[in-house]
Design a protein around this ligand. Structure first.
Ligand code: ADP
Ligand code: MG
Length: 322
């Protein structure tokens, strides 16, 4: 059982940034309006994620750390109608299989609880005064799977991957106040007031936010909104394109292409826009159960969505020049 947990962990938890992603997604699913993330030594020594979400009841802790236990879906039908970021029930079990994990949490209507898990084994649990919400501390990631450590890139690159995932989650959730710090030094702080342009200013800088234009378009199945850079403001990589499908940051080559097509000939060769594209869709049209990290999804009506994205972008760029 411990071994299967470690194997499963390998699929979901590749690097410190995966821990950050899974924990913050849990905070979002828990309805938090404020999330704080701090890390030390590129996340290998310590990652702390604190939220003011629903918390976990004392007697639900064991379940939360059990593999394939999720409070988010109840039956097969739910699996095709996923509206939360998590649903596989793997993250906490996987993280605690390959690190030391401490959780302090309270659901608000009972005394809080503090528990420790390490290498897949529960170490302790006791009552603890706590505000409503959860604070999860992950120490010494991959301490018992040294081979994993070898796959990691430089501390600088691993740190950038943490920043990147938080940037994208912040862009996807402008209504949540998110703070990211490296050993206490603030790297990102978003206001959580729901304003995407302000979040873009925090993530990419005010000079960039000022050169973005809004997009908005819908059809019977999809609703698209977001901000895209003017054609004269581009980057030499695709990394500044963020596509969020029902709040889930996804990789999708075809949708990237659709974005580029919206710019038509306005975009120079090897130039890519900065874009935050939020897509709302009936969860029944999306199969998110394709890959453990859930960044690849299978979409019904992908062609229709591509066309809608292209026209949303070309329309707003045309409107701007009229
Ligand atoms: P999943 O998110 O797929 O359900 P996880 O292993 O990430 O699986 O989390 C297991 C369960 O623990 C969740 O279903 C949820 O009930 C609970 N949980 C985890 N993190 C939090 C949190 N920050 N606040 C409240 N509940 C949480
Ligand atoms: Mg989760």
């Amino acid at each position: 059982e411990n071994l299967t947990n470690q194997i499963a962990a390998g699929e979901v938890i590749e690097r410190p940034a995966s821990v950050v992603k899974e924990l913050v997604e849990n905070s979002i699913d828990a309805g938090a309006s404020r999330i704080r993330v701090d890390f030390v030594d590129a996340g290998l020594k310590e990652i702390v994620v604190q939220d003011n979400g629903s918390g976990i009841a004392r007697d639900q802790i064991d379940l939360a750390f059990t593999r394939h236990a999720t409070s988010k879906i109840n039956n097969e039908h739910d699996l095709f109608n996923v509206s939360t970021l998590g649903f596989r029930g793997e993250a906490l079990a996987s993280i605690s299989a390959v690190a030391h994990v401490e959780i302090v949490t309270s659901s608000g209507d009972e005394i809080g609880t503090r528990a420790e898990f390490s290498g897949g084994v529960k170490k302790s649990q006791e009552d603890s005064a706590a505000q409503k919400g959860s604070k999860i501390t992950v120490r010494d990631l991959f301490f018992n799977t040294p081979a994993r450590l070898k796959y990691l890139r430089s501390p600088r690159t691993e740190t950038m991957k943490i920043v990147d995932i938080i940037n994208r989650l912040a862009l996807g959730y402008p209504q949540i106040a998110i703070t990211l710090s490296n050993k206490g030094k603030i790297l990102l702080r978003t206001p959580g007031n729901g304003k995407l342009d302000q979040t873009v200013a925090n993530v990419y800088g005010r000079h960039i936010a000022e050169k973005m234009v809004a997009i908005s378009q819908k059809d019977a199945d999809f609703e698209i909104s977001g901000l895209i850079s003017k054609p004269e403001l581009t980057r030499s990589t695709r990394n500044f394109i963020s596509i969020l499908l029902n709040g889930r940051y996804i990789h999708n080559f075809k949708l990237n292409t659709a974005i580029m097509e919206g710019y038509g000939s306005k975009l120079a060769v090897k130039h890519y826009p900065i874009a935050v594209i939020n897509i709302k869709v009936d969860p029944l049209l999306v199969d998110v159960n394709v890959h453990p990290t859930k960044q690849e999804v299978r979409l019904s009506k992908e062609k229709e969505l591509s066309r809608l994205i292209t026209s949303a972008i070309s329309d707003s760029l045309i409107a701007r020049t009229e």
